[in-house]
Each structure stands twice: as structure tokens, then as C-alpha cells.
Design a protein around this ligand. Sequence first.
Ligand SMILES: Cc1ncc(COP(=O)(O)O)c(C=O)c1O
Length: 388
Amino acid sequence: MERPAVGELTPPDRTLMGPGPSDVHPRVRRAMTTPLVGHLDPAFVDLMDEVQELLRYAFRTDNEWTIPVSGTGSAAMEAAIGNLTEPGDTVLVPANGYFGGRMASMVERAGGEVVEVDAPWGEPLDIADVRAAFDSHDPDLLAFVHGETSTGVLQPDVPELTELAHDNDALVIVDAVTTLGGVELRVDDWDIDVAYSAAQKCLSAPPGTSPLTLNARAMRKIEDRDTDVRSWYLDLTELTDYWGDERAYHHTAPITNVYALREALRLAAEEGIEARWERHERVASALRAGIETMGLGIASESWLPSLNTVALPSGVDDGAVIEGLLDGDDIEVAGGLGDLSGDVLRVGCMGHSARPANVLELLAALGDVLEDEGIDADAGLAAARRKL
Ligand SMILES: Cc1ncc(COP(=O)(O)O)c(C=O)c1O
């Protein structure tokens, strides 16, 4: 076999305004070039404590069990669902977006019974439907997505949903992949039992470590299981010795990703988590004002600032717009998924990407790409500037 003639790594310099990953802050990139230490080195053990403390701050929780899972958001999702679901448990999951479907698949693999709570794609769950599902199915768990990245829908009424679940002796799992660090999320005040996220969205670290937090109620359910968790790697009882006082070997932590997450969380703490939520809302409001003034709509009913679904004029090929932005301006956005496929662009406004310059650059580029549709980019830019 011939030696592969692979050249030096020269990735294009993109502006990441899609559903994730988002732009990485230069300080996070620098953190990733610092020397490796062993994953049980006393220096790394101290760093693990710091990451846990920073994660608690971002999640707004005092939960002892707050860790970065090694893996992407789906690993944290599977850790949450796989540990909390025992064979035979009934689990309510949402059917109003792509990631609710992934939850359902994970519940089935864990041996649980799935009950779907439906709403049209582009709308949040209605609490009356969730209540009706509780009355009919008496579930053990309620899982839902706080920010549905496939539809740009923010699920409102989180405290009401957790109260409903607890009144019915069920626990609550919240997917905060597209909200942690960008949209108001209060794990303790809202009485969420388990929440998980990912590094590459509003925290703006590279994918590979995924925040997870569990309260004492959730940990008790795991400790009281009659059967082993089906995944060895994600079994939280196996991880206790690694993240608990012992710091004994379980698996080799992705050191460089943990460095990156630590720096990203440090940036969030420096900014202040509430100021960060406010920045996302302000910058995304400017994007929204620009989009709407240009005659394009935001397709979701309950707006998620970190992910905006932009309705395209009928007849416009979403693939051509996405390609035009990437080839012409080095800007990444994405198309719709599932029921919204072909109808929308998904534009992220997350973490280090949620900056005025990015929004203005995107609006101008979108105006160029949609020039033939009579889109007035100047008016859109002016509307956006007024909000910034
Ligand atoms: C809401 C939501 N949940 C879960 C995931 C899965 O995360 P990952 O792709 O990092 O595995 C994503 C990814 O985009 C997401 O947006």
C-alpha cells in the first residue's frame, strides 16, 4: 500500500452560525494548546474540581453530581436516559422535534416504554397535553427538550412541567444542549432532576465534553435500580469513584477537551451567566429584527434566541442559499430537519458566535444570496443595528 500523500491541515476560516458547533473563543483555542498532563495527575484532579464548580455555576445548581461526560451531547443524553430508565419504566418524551425522537430511541434501548406527547413541529408542548398524558399513562419519567435545535422552539413553563411531574411521583430530564450558557436555565429553582448539555453550543468549546447534572432524587433512583445500567461506559454508579472523592481510574478523560471546557466556562463566569443570557437575547433580537425587516419570517412560535429558524420565500432552494453563504462568505448555517426540511434555514446565535459583527455579516451576505428575491438587506441591517 502506498504512503498517503496527505497535506498539512488547513481548514477554512468559517464563521459558525449554524446549529453548532459555534465559534470558539481565542482563549479556548489557546487552552487547547497547553501541555497534556495525566488524567490522574494531582493538577488535573484539581482542575476537575474547578470544572465541576464552574458547571454548577452555569447550571445554577448546588448538585454534587455535576460533571462533564466524555463524549458529545448524545453521550450525556444517553447517560441521563440510560441511568434513569429501568426496564419497564414508562417515559414521556416530546414528538415535536428531532431530538425528542432521539430520546425515544434511547428509552427503548434502555428497556423503557415510550409515550409520546405531541405538538406540531415549530410549537412547544402544551402543558394540558402533558397533564393528559400523565393521567392516562402514569409515567416514571418526563423528558423534554428545553431548546429544540431542529425547530428553534424554546419550551416555556419549565417549573410548571417539573411540578406536574413531581406531583405524579415522576422525575424530570431536561435536554439543555442548546440553552446552557445562552438562555435562562435554573436547575435548582426550577426543580429539574437531571439536565444535560454539550460543549459546542452556547458554551462555545469544541464538541467532546458534555455537561450533566443530577440532583439527590435522581441519584437515589439510580442507586436503587434492580438492574445494571446497560452501558458500562455511561453507568454513573461506575463513574462515582472517578468523579467522587477517590478519583480512581474509570476511563481516560479527554484532557484537552476538559481544558477547553474549563476556559469556556471561565469566560461564562467572567461575563456573568445572567448577562450572558441577556447578550444572547439582544444579539438574536437584532438578527430577528433584520430577518423580519428583510421580509423573511422566524418560523417558530416560542422563540429560542440561540437557534433561529428563518422561513425562506417559497420556491427558494435552501441548499443553494446554504452553499452561497458558505462559498461566498465563509458563513455556515444549516437547513431544516424533519417536517421543516427544505422550508427553513437554521441560524445559530450561540456563545462566541452571538456577536453583533457576526449578525451584521450574516444579514449582508443573506441579502446578496437572496438578491434575486428582491430582499432589501440595507433595511434589514439598519433594523438590526437599532437593536444592538
Ligand atoms: C437539542 C439537542 N440535543 C442533543 C443533541 C446531540 O448532541 P451531539 O450532536 O453533540 O451528540 C443536539 C445536537 O445538536 C441537540 O441540538
